[in-house]
Design a protein around this ligand. Structure first.
Ligand SMILES: Nc1ncnc2c1ncn2[C@@H]1O[C@H](COP(=O)(O)OP(=O)(O)OP(=O)(O)O)[C@@H](O)[C@H]1O
Ligand SMILES: O=P(O)(O)OC[C@H]1O[C@](O)(CO)[C@@H](O)[C@@H]1O
Ligand SMILES: [Mg+2]
Length: 508
């Protein structure tokens, strides 16, 4: 699966490729906002690359023979990781992690005595972002930077244990906080961060309750964490520490960090949380505090650019499939049954799309990335009419953010300032009812809204492994003294996983 690329403010990503390859199945929608952005990459020069990490804007002139070098330099700048040693003149000390050989020869007569030393990650180690080289903009799914689609390597930092560290594990205080909405796997990451820190010899680890709120809300006390306490938390869904939205005042949070004498902060959350982590990092720098901030990207929506998969997404898709299966059974068993399922995704249809594809039971999948009409000759309702006529039943899956332009928007926002979406599921249910009544055809609509069920559950096996790698890498990045925020941490914490994956599955 190819990584996402951000150009001119839009994302051209895997979802887009899937849309192309599944056009027959998911026939609604011809204009695609992302598609427009993708095309703009191939537009005449110069193009501008808007950079998420630093918000800088680099004009690329493809007539300039050194454009590729400029691009690469810009990329490296964006992925430059600030380190605690940028501010303080600190003496490195040998790591307390993995001091011994990880694996030793078995001692069997047959075994070849050899050094199984696992090694450390060097600060200059990198993982290659893209494993596909497109030879032309006409190649299926092509993601090209310049009009000729010449190969440009994009490298990100590799996560993992370093040989030198800059903190004394015995003396530091580490804090973990989980923010935003729930996501399967949060407990797995918390658990692994605690385990790894303890392996380094860190004794003082605390959990901040209920997101950033826990930093300033009176009456919310930090929770001491240990291997013993978190041993089994991965067996349950949710967040052991609790989550919250809104209310983040950076200066108050940093006052609290200072007062609690926190040296390292692990922040688990989505885009909002990462903006918060970045602000905390900036404020700590301004105050010259020796605090490392490492953010672990969390979003059930899987909508972080540059990342193939975020933790919790796989689990959510699996759960969503169950709802689709129920809708299918209901629709199949009813006379002119129409199963309708609404699935989460604040502004992306990844859950809906993947659950639909994997279930194989969905006739129409509607996602926000593709605009569609309900009424009219090429509208969804007309298509449903045909499906009922031809096969007697059908199943529709709609992402919660799909078709928002068809609904009235109240303009309301949640505590974090995120737009509260209008209910496309209920709207579709009504529209389908009215439509079939209007044409005098019986239709039995079964509407399923499993919203919170897809995320209020324990991580599945594949997410559990991903979380373990992320938790380990986050802790290993912290002790060497790095300070990371999106997208550095996103790639940073992912890249060990990614590099292993890509070497094993080069052809993906
Ligand atoms: N620009 C920002 N600067 C500082 N803090 C922010 C910013 N945006 C959001 N936050 C804070 O980050 C926390 C989480 O934000 P939000 O509720 O948007 O969830 P999220 O991290 O995007 O996760 P989800 O994927 O579940 O939406 C909130 O406490 C919010 O106040
Ligand atoms: O938990 P809340 O505040 O209802 O937010 C729900 C939103 O959070 C997410 O689960 C993650 O961003 C979205 O899919 C969904 O729209
Ligand atoms: Mg968000």
């Amino acid at each position: 699966m190819a990584a996402a690329v951000k150009t001119s403010g839009g994302f051209c990503n895997t979802q887009q490729q899937w849309l192309h390859s599944t056009r027959d199945l998911f026939l609604h929608g011809s204009t695609h906002s992302n598609a427009k952005e993708c095309k703009s990459k191939k537009a005449k020069k110069p193009i501008s690359l808007r950079v998420k990490a630093t918000s800088t804007k680099v004009e690329l002139d493809f007539n300039d023979p050194s454009w590729k070098q400029n691009f690469q330099e810009d990329w490296d700048n964006r992925f430059n990781l600030p380190r605690i040693t940028d501010i303080y003149d600190l003496k490195p000390r040998p790591t307390t992690f993995s001091l011994k050989k990880q694996r030793t020869p078995t001692g069997d007569e047959d075994s070849t005595p050899m050094d199984m030393w696992n090694g450390y990650v060097n600060n200059d180690d990198r993982a290659l972002m893209k494993v596909i080289k497109y030879s032309s903009p006409t190649s299926a799914g092509a993601e090209c930077i310049d009009p000729d689609c010449s190969w440009v390597e994009q490298w990100v930092h590799r996560a993992g244990p370093r040989k030198d560290i800059y903190y004394e594990p015995n003396e530091v205080k580490a804090a973990i906080v989980t923010c935003g909405g729930l996501c399967p796997g949060l407990n797995d990451v918390i658990r692994q961060v605690v385990f790894t820190l303890e392996t380094y010899g860190v004794k003082n680890i605390v959990g901040i309750p209920f997101g950033f709120r826990g930093f300033f809300e009176k009456g919310l006390k930090e929770m001491p964490l240990s291997r013993n306490l978190v041993e089994n938390i991965n067996l349950a869904g949710g967040s052991f520490l609790g989550v919250s939205r809104g209310g983040a005042k950076t200066s108050e949070i940093v006052d609290s960090i200072q007062a609690r004498r926190i040296d390292m902060l692990f922040v688990l959350g989505g885009n909002g949380t990462h903006a918060g982590a970045n602000a905390i990092h900036d404020e700590c720098r301004k105050r010259k505090l020796k605090v490392s901030v490492v953010a672990v990207p969390k979003t059930i929506d899987n909508d972080i650019p540059l990342m193939d998969k975020t933790f919790g997404f796989d689990t959510a898709v699996e759960e969503a499939q169950r709802a689709i299966n129920s809708a299918y059974i209901e629709a199949r068993s009813a006379y002119h049954g129409i199963g309708l399922v609404k699935l989460m995704g604040r502004s992306s249809g990844f859950i809906a799309m993947h659950a639909s594809l994997s279930s194989g039971q969905v006739d129409v999948c509607l996602i926000p990335e593709v605009s569609f009409a309900l009424d009219g000759e090429y509208g969804v309702l007309q298509h449903l009419e045909q499906l009922i006529k031809n096969k007697g039943f059908c199943v529709v899956c709609v992402a919660e953010a799909a078709g928002q332009e068809l609904l009235q928007n109240s303009g309301a926002t949640d505590a974090s300032g995120n737009t509260i979406l209008s209910d496309i599921g209920v709207h579709m249910q009504q529209k389908i009812k009215t439509h079939f009544k209007g044409i005098g055809v019986h239709a039995d609509i079964k509407y399923i809204d499993p919203t919170y069920m897809v995320r209020a559950c324990r991580a599945n096996a594949s997410d559990a492994i991903l979380c373990t790698v992320l938790g380990q890498n986050a802790s290993m990045e912290r002790l060497p003294g790095s300070v990371a925020s999106l997208p550095a941490s996103a790639t940073l914490t992912m890249c060990t996983f990614r590099s292993r994956k890509s070497s094993r599955h080069r052809s993906v």
